[in-house]
Design a protein. Structure first.
Length: 94
């Protein structure tokens, strides 16, 4: 599954294994010593829909746009998660 491979990648970013994963019903946040990476889970609820890559990307871009107004040095942008030259997910880089 792509989800487990993405988890493995982010959790293995620090050689000492110090990456922390915080999980909510809609997101996964990978905390490293210097950065945080937030992934929207591919879920759909009556109040939000992140079921497609396009919708998750739009949600990440919207979060950056809204939060950069008050925290520009924290919200660094979005990044594509690429596997075999295909974009498989989008993350928020903070």
């Amino acid at each position: 599954m792509i989800d487990s491979r993405i988890d493995e990648f982010f959790l293995g970013m620090e050689e000492d294994g110090s990456v922390r994963l915080i999980e909510t019903h809609v997101s996964k946040v990978y905390l490293t010593a210097k950065r945080a990476y937030k992934r929207k889970k591919p879920v759909s609820y009556p109040y939000l829909d992140y079921s497609t890559l396009k919708k998750r990307k739009q949600a990440c871009e919207k979060a950056v746009k809204l939060n950069r107004r008050t925290a520009p040095s924290i919200y660094l942008g979005t990044r594509a998660v690429v596997e075999d030259q295909l974009v498989v997910d989008e993350i928020l880089n903070v």
